[in-house]
Design a protein around this ligand. Structure first.
Ligand code: MG
Ligand code: MG
Ligand code: MG
Length: 308
């Protein structure tokens, strides 16, 4: 059995999942817990790669599963279906997360930190401050990047005062222009050209279920909705195929304009009525423009789920 304590975020890791894992390892080590080791559950996306390149650091090691009794700490998620294979039999020492709590059960007591903030790294930032542990430039940039990513540069409605304050302080420590750095980082994540349509609809897809009705809400960030829509026909082909294969009632593909904070959605399936009711819009050419909508967690999932 691995003696290390493995720290990881969710599958299809985003910048928060990767950066918060690395930061939690740093925090633990500074706090005297030397066995901590950040790992990841999937490929590093382009936005996160920009951060790692900027800092000149390696991505955490990729793991496929964990053995029974493996000590782990979960960041940026808690639901077992978003976690590593074998999680049911792992020894969960702690969870640091900013999502709803669902589908988690542990055999033993644990440290569980849940805060309704915009980002896991905001929780970690407060932990550094509370413990009086010095934040160096590397971890400042890692945490700032995670906050920028999860809150879309503080523009997402998931943003809280805690995130704003943390990002401001981290920007000072890192001595970077947050606006400039953040835009560069977000843009690095919107380079979608070399992804196939199949990859695009799976880059950031969440599988959901309500009363036996299975649906998916997928999202991509872009600086040009129009560019992505040029591929609508092919996107619809692969979405239709996925609906058949996974027996879905609905597939919503949200194309989010990170510069102007709007989304265009493509919705297919037998239950597109849920989308029309949710947004009081009639789909035209299977599409609808949603002004001011950028957050799946706050603006897409709850209203669609309610109308399923
Ligand atoms: Mg995440
Ligand atoms: Mg997060
Ligand atoms: Mg996200």
């Amino acid at each position: 059995m691995e003696e290390k304590i493995l720290i990881f975020g969710h599958r299809n890791p985003d910048t928060d999942s990767i950066c918060s894992s690395i930061v939690k390892e740093i925090l633990n080590k500074k706090n005297g817990c030397k066995e901590s080791k950040a790992v990841r559950l999937g490929a590093v996306n382009k936005e996160t790669q920009f951060v790692l390149n900027y800092l000149g650091i390696e991505a955490p090691e990729l793991i496929e599963k964990v053995e029974e009794g493996q000590k782990v700490i979960l960041v940026d998620h808690n639901e077992f279906n978003q976690s590593v294979e074998g999680i049911e039999k792992a020894k969960i020492l702690g969870v640091i997360d900013h999502h709803r709590i669902a589908n988690i059960e542990t055999a033993e007591p644990l440290y569980y930190t849940a805060r309704p903030y915009g980002c896991t790294s905001t929780i970690l930032y407060k932990d550094f401050v509370q413990k009086g542990i010095e934040i160096e430039k590397t971890e400042a940039i890692l945490m700032a990047s995670a906050i920028i990513s999860d809150t879309l540069l503080l523009k997402s409605p998931t943003t809280t005062e805690h995130d704003k304050k943390a990002l401001e302080e981290l920007g000072k420590i890192a001595n970077i222009n947050i606006e400039e750095y953040g835009l560069q980082m977000l843009k690095a994540g919107t380079d979608l050209d070399d992804f196939s349509e199949e990859q695009l609809i799976n880059l950031d897809a969440k599988s959901l279920e309500k009363d036996g009705t299975k649906f998916v809400i997928a999202q991509v960030n872009t600086v040009s909705i129009e560019d992505v829509l040029k591929r609508q026909e092919k996107l619809e082909e692969v979405i239709t195929k996925t609906i058949e294969e996974k027996e879905l009632s609905l597939f919503v593909f949200a194309i989010t304009d990170i510069l102007n904070s709007n989304s265009e959605i493509i919705a297919l399936g037998s239950r597109t009525d849920a989308v029309e009711k949710a947004f009081e819009k009639t789909l035209e050419n299977n599409r609808a423009f949603l002004s001011g909508v950028v957050s799946r967690k706050k603006q897409l999932l709850p209203v669609i789920d309610k109308n399923i």
